[in-house]
Write a protein that binds this ligand. Structure first.
Ligand code: ADP
Ligand code: GN1
Ligand code: MG
Length: 365
């Protein structure tokens, strides 16, 4: 647990003095705590920002304030901004983060009561709500200039950069694990050229750079008590990107019948009806602005994102598990294998998935 919690909480502009603090959520990056305020009716979420991952905390929080302000203004016309958009609490020093004496960085948001996030999707309604959530998120931000945001993790979803990091990890072989992963490296090498296509389309101006979420796992949305989308969360990586990144990353968690780190590879299958529901929800929100080339790029994103995730998990395994939180020895390797298996399944069903995207688009035309 955390040291000196009362002092950290006291830095933020919230009411009350009696709090109950407990660990919360299952994110791989930040440390999240629920701060229950006794008798006040508004709880909070306290996060220790992972400063190894986010080196520029000021830039990160400037982005958060800018993005949430924009989103709140947009949703005010039709909904409730404080329920549908994250609210960050500022500190007594006026900043939106607090640096403690041990150089840890903290931030706080209002806890959205009666909401829930899910690591896995089990119903068609959830898949459709996921599509609506991430599609609408892109829609609400499609009038924001991407270059106004700080690129908090440079080249975050640039596959050339991720492959270069893997090459570096292979060269250094810091913890002597290289000999264990030769077949996985072969798998990655065999697909590397094809996976650079999206980046190439972007460079050639075929795909517009937009403001995208870049971490569209299903557990980064909150559903309300009726199972409807309430809020898109985890805005840390909202940066310039291609829409196919968000579409592809969401598919990783939404149509996979198993967990992201499933050990039993035979259980990693695709739920095609969930794919249809997600796609329908997503296109219903993005139809008004997506270009024909962006539509074509969605399938490329579906293949790229699990591939990139495998590259990133394997790099971390070779580096000695320094980036992602792990729960056991070999966790990053198990995650790599599961993402590779998911990619194999997606490759097998590529024509079918492309057909569904085209059909759902035609239904809207
Ligand atoms: P990480 O970057 O570590 O994934 P998140 O910002 O996604 O951290 O938060 C972790 C979990 O905390 C989420 O999956 C969700 O369950 C919960 N959560 C985050 N923000 C809120 C909020 N404002 N209200 C309620 N629950 C939240
Ligand atoms: C991390 O924070 P979380 O768990 O939502 C990671 C994502 C990966 C994801 C894989 C900043 O997301 O990029 O896709 O794990 N976030 C960062 O589960 O690296
Ligand atoms: Mg998260």
């Amino acid at each position: 647990m955390i040291n000196n919690v009362p002092n950290i909480i006291a830095q933020f502009n919230i009411q009350g003095s009696d709090f109950k603090v407990s660990p919360f959520g299952s994110g791989h990056i930040n440390d999240t705590y629920l701060v229950k305020t006794l008798g006040l009716g508004q709880d909070y979420l306290l996060q220790k920002i992972n400063n190894y991952v986010f080196k520029d905390v000021k830039g990160l929080m400037d982005n958060m304030v800018y993005i949430t302000h924009h989103l709140k203004q947009k949703v005010a016309a039709t909904g409730n901004p404080d329920k549908e958009v994250l609210t960050f609490i500022n500190c007594k020093n006026g900043k939106y983060y607090y640096k403690d004496d041990d150089d840890n960085y903290w931030r706080m948001t209002c806890f959205l009561q009666n909401t829930k996030s899910y690591d896995m999707v089990t119903t068609g309604k959830q898949a459709q709500q996921g599509g609506i959530a991430f599609g609408r998120f892109q829609y609400l931000l499609c009038d924001m200039k991407p270059d106004l945001l700080v690129e908090v993790i440079p080249d975050f979803l640039n596959i050339e950069h991720r492959l270069a990091q893997l090459t570096n990890a292979i060269k250094n072989d810091k913890v002597g694990r290289l000999k264990e992963v030769l077949p996985e490296l072969q798998f990655i090498k065999s697909r590397a050229d094809d996976m650079k296509l999206l980046l190439q389309w972007g460079r050639e101006g075929i795909l517009p750079l937009r403001v995208t979420h870049n971490d569209t796992k299903f557990n980064n949305i909150l559903l309300d008590e009726h199972g409807n989308i309430q809020c898109v969360i985890d805005l840390d990586t909202v940066m310039p990107g291609y829409v196919a990144y968000d579409f592809g990353d969401a598919i990783r968690s939404i149509i996979n019948t198993a967990a992201e780190d499933e050990a039993d590879l035979g259980t990693i299958l695709l739920d095609i009806p969930l794919f249809k529901k997600f796609t329908r929800g997503y296109l219903s929100q993005t139809f008004s602005f997506l270009t024909g080339n962006e539509l074509k790029s969605l399938m490329k994103g579906i293949l790229l994102l699990p591939y990139m995730q495998a590259v990133r998990f394997l790099t971390d395994y070779l580096d000695g598990d320094v980036y992602y939180k792990t729960r056991f020895a070999g966790h990053n390797l198990q995650r790599t294998l599961a993402q590779m298996q998911l990619l194999k399944m997606l490759e097998l069903h590529e024509d079918k998935l492309t057909g569904i995207i085209e059909k759902e688009w035609l239904l809207l035309s």
